[in-house]
Design a protein around this ligand. Sequence first.
Ligand code: HEM
Length: 456
Amino acid sequence: MARIPAPPGLPVVGNTLQIPSHSPVEHFVKVASRYEEGIFQLEIAGRTVVLVYDPDLVAEVCDESRFVKRINPPLSIVRDFAGDGLFTADRDEPVWGQAHRILMPAFSQRSMKAYYPQMLEVAEQLVASWAVRQGEDLPVADDMTRLTLDTISLTGFGYRFHSFDSPELHPFLKAMGGALTEAMLRNQQLPFVTKLQRKREVAYRRDIATMQELVDDVIRQRRAEGSTGSKDLLGLMLEASDPRSGARLSDENIRNQVLTFLIAGHETTSGLLSFALYNLLREPHTLARAYDEVDRLLPDDEPPSYETIMKLDVIPRILEETLRVWSPIPLFGVSPMENTTIGDYALPEGARTGVLLPALHRHPKAWDRPAEFDIDRWLPDQKKEHHPAAYKPFGNGERACIGRQFALTEARLALALILRRFAVSDPSVYRMKIKQMLTLKPDGFTLRVRERRAHE
Ligand code: HEM
């Protein structure tokens, strides 16, 4: 057996103090570049964490007959507010399977078509808000967050945040940002340090209460409307039962699911759209191909149909390549169910193992010219040649992202409407600075727009 490479740490604290709390993943990627074995381990806050990014080793840890998602830190900390919602429930809790089976129909392709009018309504609000701010520096990540939060809340729960009506972000987002930042800090703290920080604890509990009050409002509003027969996420949770066990979801679990979907359903897609625009501004050739595509498929100013959005080809490939180069979720965790080996390395039962996506998605064993943004990697005949475990932006197996189609439909539509209407530019030549909470986003990225067609 080979020894898993490990950068030297200090007694007691191990590698904890080497990891900057605002950007742990950037640090992990830097360490990864030193170990071509595609695996290393760190001692963080008293725990051993193994990070894997060689595609062959990743293929092994993605084998669901040997590895399972366990709710370890930071997810066990996020559980303080997401409870037993889908993201933070353990496989062994019956409620995970019940909720998974109840909610799956809400993420079918047919459901995407049903959500489309509301997705379009919110995307048009974004475009209208940019149309009156031409020439201004537009805060990309904030506006993408407005778009994605309003989209998941309207399509999933029939609830309107009206984010584009206000220059301030909704208080829910501030509370969520506070709670997620605290959860990530706690992830790197020894528990006794967390206990000493009373003021932070008070702020953390206040943020959680703010989010829960909003969720209660969403549910109260729907209950007040009576049974609407709606098959949206909330409608299914309130009325459907698990096809296998017949069980219904408890009120508390529904609350946890709504909060989970509000967070998981917008943070990541907002990051994807922000990174996609960043990439397009640096790749004029690809941007030109995207303009060509929208001019061809969306030639007039009419709202595009769902079928038209499904015909796009360049824009979806821009999204796939963006998810390779900048995965909004940079890491997901699994653990072996029994003592096992991957490659030449032994892993004990329960070992905390993370798949480090930025390093996997640029691994030279799997990708030619890994640093190049090339959407033609996603042409069908090239896609067939990809290493089967080299691309995991939506996680793995049964615990993979339930909202994948939702995110990709929403993002295709938003990008198509933006590029049909506006020429985008970046006069301040933004330099990438990553902001990490649970997900990654470009911090402080702005762009400018001007109408493309108005004076033609
Ligand atoms: C799970 C990524 C959008 C809801 C996951 C996981 C990843 C991921 C990597 C697995 C996490 C793990 O193994 O611990 C993404 C990305 C998105 C996106 C990159 C956008 C580009 C969405 C959307 C929704 C959503 C739009 C909801 C509408 C969820 C839920 C889970 C999940 C509920 C937990 C599933 C389960 O374990 O049963 N996502 N996601 N995500 N995602 Fe997404």
